[in-house]
Design a protein around this ligand. Structure first.
Ligand SMILES: NC(=O)c1ccc[n+]([C@@H]2O[C@H](COP(=O)([O-])OP(=O)(O)OC[C@H]3O[C@@H](n4cnc5c(N)ncnc54)[C@H](O)[C@@H]3O)[C@@H](O)[C@H]2O)c1
Ligand SMILES: [Zn+2]
Length: 370
């Protein structure tokens, strides 16, 4: 039960290996990349407590030594202070140009460690071992790395592709259900943006994979990574097609900003709600069938996920304030709101041609239903 997805980017190409218990053989998998048998691992304290010993064993089985630094878990780690700590630790560890940095953790650790690797000695290679579903299907693939600024999320960073990604689907067993379902929001997004058959499959198999069906997990992660890899290979630095990956994200970023990027709304939860809103908007604009938004919402509901604005606890700003937050999204070009809309399930496209009034009315109605 193991799959490999190749990310084709010329001399920056790499494999994403997907399957249960890969961490036990991490050493043999990483060894071909090494010029000497040691690696430096960046992780967070939660993941370290659960999985660092297994990684140490997996590496030492191939004669590879490791040192590690565990940072505090959570989004606030993705800022200058912990970044500085990580880079200085890597220098103290005497990581050289030909060495490998390993990121063991969710998207926070992957983004921070990737950026540290990008700037350390003007760039060292790194391996992603993503431990959250979100990191396995999204953040560990594609080479976007970085940290947050006081002015906004992910504003400081670099494109730096990993040399290998090991997505161990058994590691997800320790992930809290809420984090698992948040990551599933990104999985659904792939079906919605470009693969109707995958969305059908998720309708059938989503509940089983959330319950722990390993074959279904491997299949869902593999299909998601394939889709991301294809899009990234076509458009590595987001000049065009890569924007499709932002389906649901313009709404999501406004909601995350309104809720303070905290536990009220996880990123993947905002993506799920944002996808439902994007389909509702597409239907109102006559682009897709009226049944499509209902079907999207029905699946999210069946999975026990947040689906509507009503599922977000506490106050939300009014429609105009949400529109202003959407306009602050860094994907805005020349002040034009860019949306990912859909002609149907599995058929999304990028457009700047969206009437502001239509979006305002959509948000007003969604807020009124709370
Ligand atoms: N680079 C990209 O292309 C990209 C894409 C999407 C998201 N992101 C970034 O990813 C981050 C979010 O990632 P995330 O949701 O993985 O957050 P995260 O890294 O904070 O992980 C979520 C929580 O789960 C815990 N955790 C992780 N793996 C676990 C496991 N196996 N068992 C138990 N607990 C575990 C972590 O300690 C953390 O508390 C954001 O900063 C976002 O900006 C980046
Ligand atoms: Zn996302």
């Amino acid at each position: 039960m193991q799959e490999t997805v190749h990310v084709s980017l010329g001399d920056r190409s790499y494999d994403v290996e997907i399957g249960p218990d890969l961490i036990a053989t991490a050493g043999a998998r990483i060894a071909p990349l090494l010029s000497r048998p040691r690696v430096s691992v960046l992780t967070d304290e939660t993941v370290a407590g659960l999985h660092l010993d297994a990684l140490r064993d997996g590496l030492s089985a191939a004669g590879i030594e490791m040192s590690s630094l565990a940072l505090p878990p959570g989004e606030t780690t993705k800022r200058w202070p912990q970044f500085e700590r990580a880079v200085e630790w890597l220098l103290a560890e005497k990581v050289e140009r030909r060495d490998i940095v390993v990121a063991l953790g969710g998207g926070v650790i992957g983004d921070l460690a990737g950026f540290a690797a990008a700037v350390l000695r003007r760039g060292v290679r790194f391996v992603q071992i993503p431990t959250s579903l979100l990191a396995q299907v999204d953040s560990s693939v594609g080479g976007k790395t970085g940290i947050n600024a006081p002015q906004g999320k992910n504003l400081i960073g670099a494109f730096h592709q990993p040399s290998l990604v090991l997505a161990d689907t058994a590691i997800l067993n320790s992930l809290p259900p809420r984090d698992f379902l948040a990551g599933y929001g990104e999985v659904v997004k792939y079906g919605l943006l470009g693969d109707a058959a995958f969305f059908d499959w998720l309708e059938q198999n989503g509940p089983a994979l959330a319950q722990g069906d390993m074959a279904a997990r491997v299949q869902a992660v593999t299909r998601s990574v394939q889709m991301k890899a294809d899009i990234v290979a076509r458009d590595e630095t987001e000049q065009g097609d890569r924007a499709l990956l932002n389906l649901g994200h313009t709404f999501c970023h406004a909601l995350e900003s309104a809720t303070g990027y905290g536990p009220r709304l996880l990123h993947g939860e905002g993506v799920a709600i944002g996808c439902a809103l994007a389909f509702e908007l597409s239907s109102r604009l006559g682009l897709c069938a009226q049944e499509d938004p209902s079907r999207v919402r029905a699946h999210l509901r069946a999975m026990g996920m947040k689906t509507d604005l009503a599922d977000i606890e506490g106050d939300l700003p009014d429609a105009d304030a949400l529109l202003d937050l959407m306009a602050q999204d860094k994907k805005v070009i020349d002040g034009q709101l860019r949306f990912i809309l859909a002609r149907g399930i599995g058929d999304a496209f990028v457009t700047s041609d969206v009437p502001r009034d239509g979006v305002r009315k959509l948000l007003q109605d969604a807020l009124a239903a709370r």
